[in-house]
Ligand binder design. Sequence first.
Ligand code: G6P
Ligand code: MG
Length: 215
Amino acid sequence: QIKAFIFDLDGVITDTARYHFKAWRRMANELGFDFSEEKNEELKGVGRLESLNKILQWGGITLSEEEKIRLAEQKNQWYLQYIQEVSANDLLPGAREFLLATREAGIKTALGSASKNAIPIVEKLGVKHLFDVLIDGNKATKSKPDPEVFLLGASELNVDPLSCIVFEDSLAGIQAAKGAGMYTVGIGYMLPKGIADFQAGSLEFLTPSIVISEV
Ligand code: G6P
Ligand code: MG
């Protein structure tokens, strides 16, 4: 029996993914190379330093640890600038309604994000109070596809991982959820078909009972 829904943030609740892309791309451009939106898919759900390492590899660039930390910090400064104006208007279609319906159905909710900025973002979006538990990139130390972030969510919610459904837009996130033994709902159109137990463009036309019957 399903007891909890765990939501990724970027790409599921709000579209901050494009700001991560914009900031990483700006950094790559300053280093003298570029990468495509398609390549960017590989960064979704992946932690800050892990993302940086991938990008540097694409550009064929080797840097010292100190240089990497400086660049990651720079990227985060740009990202923070881009998300300054984030508000409830930036919720993805249906996100708030789906969270409310989930709670009404007596299902627990958790946020499971790799981002260290996740909590200020859900505050800006005005949905922080709709999550029973918040797991962000400060709490979870291992990047998706490691299942840690979702296992922590289940444990803080006090539910069995096998009773959880994870909502994710990234391949790394779906892999993390599967590694945790959870059901998966793929959100958006970027995931390869057949990866998640159930797939939807957004939360907009879903209800908790549809999701539970489909996974
Ligand atoms: C999310 C995003 C990634 C981002 C990661 C770390 O998982 O999908 O694109 O790199 O969080 O975010 P942060 O805000 O801590 O740099
Ligand atoms: Mg995501």
